[in-house]
Design a protein around this ligand. Structure first.
Ligand code: SAM
Length: 224
């Protein structure tokens, strides 16, 4: 029952570490990734793809492979305390470490390397992509479907910037940072107002604190 699959592309993502990555696609619209196809995939292989608005991206949770898998996992949505069957979750810790994300296709470049620019990503930088498929709403959109313990969009934090920090950031980078923090990247059971969280995102090291439902960005520096 063994099948060998090879990466067809690599995701270039602003998320340089797992901490701070949105837990599902679409929650951080400003998170744009560039999916770079391997050289053997030329413009022919994406002919007609630009006419689709969303893409299914199949990938490997490459940074979770060494952590193995477990039949029972603790979804953050349940506070990290309650266990669910791995196949009832979107956990990275699954037998084949396969992930699936529905990303918005922004544009395609068909130069020497074919590049797909997609927004709303929940992918770590360097993620190996194993397949790309167009999203077909008339067969795949089931907005009324029952969704178990995952009912609706998670509560977002308000994000404020202390003392004009980040005022000189490009708007898209500021949005990326604010939208990512608003998803509350803390471990689900953690509530330590004095704690300083550090997130490496795009070219920056961002420091913030969270009290009640508000996150305060206290520093943004260029990452080494
Ligand atoms: N939408 C996908 C799915 O349903 O299969 C991913 C959901 S998973 C809960 C999203 C989390 O996976 C991110 O918040 C990040 O922590 C983690 N992640 C993203 N890319 C990864 C990678 N290449 N290796 C390991 N973990 C990764």
């Amino acid at each position: 029952m063994q099948h060998t699959i090879a990466a067809i592309a690599t995701a270039r993502s602003p998320y340089k570490q797992k901490f701070g990555i949105a837990r599902q696609p679409g929650l951080v619209p400003a998170a744009e990734v560039c999916i770079e196809l391997q050289p053997e995939f030329n413009a022919d292989s994406v002919r007609g793809l630009a006419d689709f608005e969303y893409l299914w991206i199949s990938f490997i949770f490459h940074d979770a492979v060494s952590e193995g898998w477990s039949p029972l996992v603790r979804p953050p949505r349940l506070g990290g305390r309650q266990k669910m069957g791995v196949f009832a979750t979107r956990s990275p810790h699954r037998p084949n470490h396969l992930g699936l994300s529905l990303l918005k296709l922004e544009r395609i470049e068909t130069g020497k390397t074919v590049k797909l620019y997609c927004s709303g990503a929940d992918l770590l930088d360097g993620t190996p992509i194993v397949d790309i498929k167009p999203y077909i709403p008339f067969v795949e959109a089931k907005p009324e479907a029952a969704s178990g313990f995952v009912s609706g969009k998670p509560q977002e934090l308000a994000v404020i910037w202390a003392n004009g920090i980040g005022a000189d950031l490009p708007a898209n980078e500021r949005a990326l940072i604010a939208q990512s923090i608003a998803q509350d990247p803390r471990p689900a059971y953690q509530d330590i107002p004095e704690r300083v969280y550090v997130m490496n995102i795009s070219a920056y090291e961002v420091k913030f604190q969270i009290q009640n439902d508000t996150a305060t960005v206290i520093a943004v520096e260029y990452a080494d």
